[in-house]
Design a protein around this ligand. Sequence first.
Ligand code: G3D
Ligand code: MG
Length: 194
Amino acid sequence: MGGRISQLFGRWFPKVEPELRVGMLGLDNAGKTTILYQLKLDRNIESVPTVGFNVEKVRCGKMVMNIWDVSGSRPRTRVLWEHYNQNTRAIIFVVDATDVRRLPRALDELRWLWCRPELAEAVFLLFANKQDLPGALGAEQLMALLQLQSLTQQWAIQECCAINGMGLAEGLQQLQQMLTSTRGKRHSGTYSIK
Ligand code: G3D
Ligand code: MG
């Protein structure tokens, strides 16, 4: 249980801090649960299904991950965010790269996150998911459409396919690199293609 991601995080986050809080967010259907399944991160310690959206809390070693579907009732999601996500060091934001119609909504959620004062020092990893499907937008296109250049926090975007795992390990590696180099290094970003 939790084998692969335990190994990854054990290797990449050995002494970051006693508990590493990571928020995984994205619109519903983006692929968050599939990513977790692919990473075999299946120790679900809390699930708060509410009308319109879901919060799940997963622990793996020193990492505690709060997973959010952010498509639901916005005021409610945002109040709960403050309750669940104090001291979050990193955000993994999953985008369905084929869902062009809902990109503005994803951008809206991202913008809200990166303006949060408690996330001023957090790092952002975007997974451009579903690269196996025709019409999936690439990292470079999403970088422009999601206006990542305007992010003041450190960020990276990684193309991936949650179904076969392509790009997931690379994304986590980028997250680790950002977490170990956050101090004094702002306004930077990278993108990575398959
Ligand atoms: P969520 O947890 O963000 O809401 P899910 O999203 O992980 O439940 O995924 C939603 C749907 O997208 C699922 O299909 C899942 O299999 C599919 N999916 C997730 N990632 C990928 C991917 O990389 N490629 C493809 N082709 N599909 C993906 P269903 O049919 O079960 O609703
Ligand atoms: Mg889900």
